[in-house]
Design a protein. Structure first.
Length: 582
């Protein structure tokens, strides 16, 4: 059985699952330097992606489209070539607690000259299915709770077994976009109208709040208004809860909440307001989970899967882990909508055979493309050991290896790697990426050495939990230490077959340091570089390594050839230049 899952809206993607194995998942933003969160605006891309992987459209046994906004069904307006197409889909949330896998069956998926039938499952169902089917719990056949907290929904707790999935409880009445909304009303990303949602602001806020301190007085303001407007017995709160599934009304209520907060908090530092709001929601999350588990006790291993866009919040994930409410927690590397095409395919698989484990690899994205080397660059063969020597000289390198990683975070296949031993390196990388000074640069570290450098330093292959840098290492690796001492750690096993693991081994052999800086390799506001030529044209660093070849800038760029201590600051200004791809 060959199933093709399709996510048409933001974070558009195409995934193919064959007999329980993920063959590939191609996110639109990772093709041809497309913008972040790119939709699928033309169904022709389905045939193109299948062809790139040796498949015809007629080779697909079942097409599945991820559901979207709507209480009963959703509607997608797209193109097939030049022909307008209207497709009906499942809603955002299941209509009944036991109805996650009841598909909408339709025809009219026009690809080329042929019309195909398709299924559609609720958007939330895809989150549940992708989280559980990729988990170790599915492999062992164990049940698990599944928390889904996405932008347009309140946090929903499900219970999943191989033979069923059902809603257990809604934890509290706050939609996931509430966090981003805070950033549109306070701090460096605020907007006059509070409209025009920036899909990337939530991740930026996680970094920004390290500048602030938690203020219990601010939390009290949020708590009082939360009761009045969302959770209490007031007429306003009851009306909100009745309409929370309607995006326009829930978003309007969210904006009204913050507009009422603003005059009460105008004397407070905005970084403290956002840090306090983060903790306010974190407490709601942990307390809501405690209450749900007490009302619905299940005396089996307490496993938890986390999905939805809020699953990218490493601090909330860590708070749930530290609560000791669960024996084990699993978060896929694509908890947000970048995993929705996989989730759609998993829904069809689960509807036929139950929630069985999906065989998958994190490196199932687009293969790195070949292309002509731009003028002004030289190429030479370069082994992993030789590349480790380049990095040991404090020279940052764009590292492109094999297939791209799934999900929104660079995990060593489409990365800019650099030594973490100079405090200037963080400033340099943020400068060439056109990122604010308070944004962290992540470490990628050998798994068996992480516990010596970080606390807890437990395996974290997808950068989804918070870790503190141990005191004795902070001065040795300052480029990856965040303002609060934390690190967005990615670990990789020494035994991994991926080239980045071998690179870390060789780098540690040369320097005694088992980690490197790791940030995404992309134009500003775009997906990962699809090829070495794109990285060279970007030109933010002078070395690009691509599957055994080192490309080096042949003429002067004004970039420092290696990064030492900043001097007058001019080197960073020269490095940045004009925003590329902004």
């Amino acid at each position: 059985m060959r199933i093709c899952g399709i996510k048409l809206t933001h974070d558009g993607a195409i995934a193919v699952v064959e007999d329980g194995k993920l063959l590939f998942c191609i996110e639109q933003e990772k093709r041809d330097n497309n913008p972040r969160y790119q939709e699928i605006g033309n169904l022709d891309v389905v045939a193109t992606v299948l062809s790139e992987h040796g498949l015809l459209v007629d080779d697909i046994d079942q097409f599945v489209i991820d559901g979207w906004d709507g209480e009963i069904e959703s509607e997608f307006r797209t193109l097939s070539g030049r022909t307008p197409v209207i497709l009906k889909g499942a809603p955002y949330i299941e209509r009944r607690a036991d109805d996650l896998l009841h598909p909408l069956e339709r025809t009219g998926l026009l690809i080329g000259e042929q019309s195909y039938s398709y299924q559609s499952y609720p958007h939330v169902s895809g989150h549940v299915a992708s989280a559980y089917c990729t988990s170790p719990f599915a492999i062992s056949g164990e049940p698990a709770y599944c928390l889904v907290w996405d932008g347009g929904m309140v946090p929903r707790l499900y219970y999943v077994r191989p033979d069923e999935a059902r809603l257990v409880n809604c934890l509290f009445p706050v939609i996931g976009q509430m966090y981003a909304a805070a950033g549109h009303h306070f701090g460096p990303y605020k907007k006059a109208s509070g409209a025009d949602w920036d899909l990337g602001v939530a991740g930026k806020l996680m970094a920004y709040i390290a500048l602030g301190s938690v203020d219990e007085g601010i939390i009290a303001v949020f708590r009082d208004l939360y009761e009045q407007r969302f959770a209490g017995d007031t007429e306003l709160a009851q009306e909100y809860r009745e309409n929370v599934r309607i995006p326009e009304k829930s978003l309007a209520a969210t904006r009204d909440f913050f507009q009422e907060c603003v005059p009460q908090l105008e004397a407070k530092p905005e970084e403290d307001i956002l840090a306090s709001f983060h903790v306010f929601l974190e407490r709601l999350l942990v307390q809501g989970m405690e209450a749900a588990l007490s009302r619905h006790p299940i005396f089996e291993p307490r496993n938890l899967c986390i999905s939805g866009g809020c699953g990218l919040n490493i601090k909330w994930n860590s708070a749930l882990r530290e609560s000791r409410l669960f024996d084990a927690i699993w978060i896929p590397p694509f908890p947000n909508d970048s995993g929705s095409a996989i989730g759609a395919a998993c829904c069809s698989m689960a509807a036929n055979k139950g929630f069985l484990p999906l065989e998958w690899s994190i490196y199932s994205g687009p293969a790195v493309k070949t292309g002509d080397v731009p003028p002004g660059w030289t190429t030479s063969p370069c082994s992993i050991a030789q590349l480790a020597g380049v990095l040991a000289e404090n020279k940052p390198v764009v590292f492109l290896a094999g297939r791209a990683e799934l999900g929104p975070r660079a995990l060593g296949a489409r990365s800019i790697l650099a030594a973490a031993t100079s405090p200037a390196m963080k400033d340099f990388l943020n400068a060439v990426k056109h990122r604010e000074h308070f944004r962290p640069v992540a470490p990628i570290c050998l798994e068996d050495r992480a516990v010596a450098v970080f606390c807890p330093g437990t395996p974290d292959p997808y950068m989804l939990f918070d870790h503190q840098t141990r005191e004795e290492w902070r001065e040795r690796i300052p480029a990856v230490v965040h303002l609060d001492g934390s690190a967005r750690l990615q670990t990789i096993a020494r035994t991994s077959a991926h080239p980045v693991a071998q690179l870390l081994i060789e780098y540690e052999r040369l320097t005694g340091v088992p980690l490197l800086c790791n940030t995404s390799a992309n134009y500003h506001g775009r997906g990962f570089f699809p090829d070495a030529a794109s990285a060279c044209e970007w030109g933010g660093v002078e070395h690009v390594w691509c599957d055994g070849l080192l490309l080096s800038k042949a003429c002067s760029t004004g970039l420092p050839s290696s990064i030492d201590e900043p001097g007058s600051g001019g080197q960073f200004e020269r490095a940045v230049g004009a925003p590329l791809g902004a």
